[in-house]
Write a protein that binds this ligand. Structure first.
Ligand code: PLP
Length: 401
């Protein structure tokens, strides 16, 4: 223990560092690396959105906003959700603007949990849910998803993990890191258990606009689920706005009010420049967003085919911008694969176990990268896999003699 560590709260000491960060520190020390690692759009925010922010600054938009966010933005969010999902959230009481979906996850967990309450988290999944749960003094309970079920959450798995302490179910679909989605039928399978066991749902729908050959389904649209769901979404992925830090949370007025109680003492409000840009994104940004989604779809097809041609098992992702191939054929663990691939071929991917134990045996590749980089990365991965497969075959041959 270092000299100051004893002053750090036990809760924080127990939180492991993010497996993604650890890997990016390795990548940052090198040059000439092709990165399929970072989960962020390679597009710059569309010009008209940036321009709206310039004009707003010129007009002196440099102040705090209402804690819940600018009324015009809440109105636009309400109209957007009504036209996309057919859901009506009252902009005055049922919508709040957050500092990215990251803050929405934190606020929802802190508003809903009592100490010791259990949060059911499908795995593999985005890295903030389990630490966010611990920071809210809850207990994270992983739910396994598997390639066999295209990384959907099954009714059996949910039923098997519920206890009298279960309070919240997180639904992270479309999923980071697998690219898996839950259709309306898949979600319907879960509804009666959720209602019977009186669970609340935090539905992280940040990738909901990024689906391919499938329509996004929100659990909030299903019978009995509107009031039980805190719906989270934001601008980072669909509108290529990661740096603007704007997201939103929608739900029952009592829950939004509780989340806002924390928000007003911690964040106060999301940055006004980001909120102005978000208004423009919702008013005029959808055609450009659709073009970006078409582009991701093109790259998705190329990378899935490329990985399969190399001989890696790869289920077809229908959402987000990740593929999650199995690397078990190489005999390497996820971390060995990612570290050696970086070392030997200068390609960065993220080991699947960074997203929970059930991600072991897989790697996450983000295809929000240029086609040129995707193709070059595939060439290098092919060389790498060929080398390691033949090494493994030689070792197996020697062992049998
Ligand atoms: N939720 C998921 C599933 C994510 O993948 C990410 C970022 O990668 C976030 C939330 C955080 O998003 P934001 O930039 O809105 O905080």
């Amino acid at each position: 223990m270092s000299s100051m560590e004893r002053y750090i709260s036990k809760t924080v000491q127990h939180i492991p560092p993010s497996g993604i960060r650890k890997f990016f520190d390795l990548v940052a020390q090198r040059e000439g690396v092709i990165s399929l690692g970072v989960g962020e759009p390679d597009f710059v925010t569309p010009w008209h959105i940036r321009e709206a922010c310039f004009y707003a600054l010129e007009r002196g938009y440099t102040m705090y906003t209402s804690n819940l966010g600018m009324p015009e933005l809440r109105q636009e969010i309400s109209s957007y959700l009504q036209r996309r999902l057919g859901l009506y959230y009252d902009p005055a009481t049922s919508i709040m603007v957050t500092v990215g979906v990251s803050e929405g996850v934190d606020l929802a967990l802190r508003a809903l949990l009592n100490p010791g309450d259990e949060v059911l988290i499908p795995e593999p999944s985005y890295v903030s849910y389990a630490p966010g749960t611990e920071l809210a003094y809850g207990k994270a309970v992983p739910l396994r998803t598997s390639a066999r079920h295209e990384f959907r959450l099954t009714r059996d798995e949910l039923a098997a993990r519920i206890t009298p302490r279960s309070r919240v179910l997180i639904l992270p679909f479309p999923n980071n890191p697998t690219g898996g989605i839950m259709t309306r039928e898949d979600l319907l399978e879960l509804v009666d258990i959720i209602v019977d066991r009186d669970l609340m749902v935090i539905s992280d729908e940040i990738y909901s606009e990024l689906t391919y050959g499938a329509t996004h389904a929100s659990i909030a649209t299903l019978p009995g689920m509107f009031e039980r769901t805190v719906l989270l979404n934001g601008f980072s992925k669909a509108f290529a706005m990661t740096g603007w830090r704007v997201g939103y949370a929608c739900g029952h007025p009592d829950i939004i009010n509780a989340m806002n109680k924390i928000h007003q003492y911690t964040m106060l409000c999301a940055p006004i420049m980001g909120q102005v840009a978000a208004i423009e994104a919702l008013r005029h940004g959808e055609p450009e967003m659709r073009r970006m989604v078409e582009d991701y779809d093109h790259r998705r097809r190329i990378i899935v085919k490329g990985l399969r041609d190399i001989g890696l098992d790869c289920f077809e992702p229908r959402g987000a911008f990740y593929v999650f191939p199995s690397v078990q054929a190489t005999g390497l663990s996820s971390e060995e694969f990612a570290e050696r691939l970086l070392e030997e071929e200068q390609v960065a991917v993220v080991p699947g176990n960074a997203f929970g134990a059930s991600g072991e045996g897989f790697i996450r590749c983000c295809y929000a990268a240029s086609l040129h980089n995707i193709e070059e990365a595939l060439n290098r991965i092919e060389r790498f896999v060929r080398r390691h497969r033949s090494g493994q075959a030689r070792a197996a041959g020697a062992g049998s003699r």
